[in-house]
Design a protein around this ligand. Structure first.
Ligand SMILES: NC(=O)NCCC[C@H](N)C(=O)O
Length: 258
């Protein structure tokens, strides 16, 4: 059944200690980050999404990046096993919340590793980025969990960025967008549109033509507005310092059964 709920999680007071892999570390302003997070959740709510807060995990600096803890396909939640071991304690409360919402829950098991940020769904096609955080066993477990439900799982290499969705996301019509220098193999995607900024590669589909995007990608917003979309910009600069983007701050639940 269609639903419009989105899981979010308050930033930890230790956000500043979050992981950085492909960027130089720069100091994070925790107060500003909280304000930006509130702006992000308000934008979701304003566009019709009921936000559900997962219990905060102050001991987990990267907990705000809730997308990495689970992958949804229809009503089934595949709880991830984050590639960075320090992030594994983040999943327990997410699992609890999803069970409470009536999802059927599955898990990625050792030796599999999977970050939700590596999974891009376009219709029934599920692209899984294989790189620093998600391994071959993780991809195989996504296949085992979702192909019996009608998904087609396609592996895509990721080498220059943290996650597949750091490089590409998809427009409502299924066109995959990405900042080409950071996309390993654009030909994996049947329709690929290059965008002019790295953070322009990230859109969250709010419904209709509305696209939640980082305010740091104004040229891409203009490009997409020219194609008839309605960009909804949000400031997320403090999260970008930790390789976060608009997608990673929520998990949209569009097909809850109950
Ligand atoms: N899905 C995402 O894009 N997640 C961002 C995670 C950033 C966090 N600092 C990490 O390295 O795990």
């Amino acid at each position: 059944m269609p639903s419009r709920k989105a899981l979010v999680r308050q930033p930890s007071s230790r956000l500043d200690e979050g992981l950085v892999t492909h960027l130089e570390r720069s100091p994070v302003d925790a107060v500003l980050a909280l304000r930006q997070w509130e702006g992000y959740t308000t934008a979701l709510a304003r566009h019709g999404w009921e936000t559900i807060e997962v219990a905060p995990a102050d001991e987990c600096p990267d907990g705000v990046f809730v997308e990495d803890t689970v992958v949804m396909f229809r009503n089934v939640a595949l709880i991830s096993r984050p590639g960075a071991a320090v992030r594994r304690p983040e999943t327990a409360a997410v699992e609890e919340e999803l069970a409470r919402l009536g999802c059927s829950v599955n898990w990625v098991w050792e030796p599999g590793t999977l970050d939700g940020g590596d999974v891009l769904k376009v219709g029934d096609t599920v692209y899984v980025g294989q790189g620093g955080r998600t391994n071959a066993a993780g991809v195989a477990q996504v296949r085992a969990a979702f192909e019996p439900l009608g998904a087609r799982v396609v592996a895509a290499p990721v080498s220059s960025v943290l996650h597949l969705k750091s490089a590409v996301t998809a427009l409502p019509d299924g066109t995959v967008i990405g900042y080409q220098p950071l996309v390993d193999v654009p030909t994996v995607f049947p329709r690929f549109l290059p965008v002019p900024e790295p953070s322009g590669a990230h859109v969250v589909l709010l419904g209709g033509a509305r696209l939640l995007m980082a305010a740091s990608a104004p040229k891409t917003a203009e490009l997409l507005a020219g194609y008839g979309y309605e960009p909804v910009p949000v400031e997320i600069g403090e999260f970008e310092k930790l390789e976060g983007c608009v997608t990673c701050l929520s998990v949209r639940l569009r097909d809850l059964y109950v």
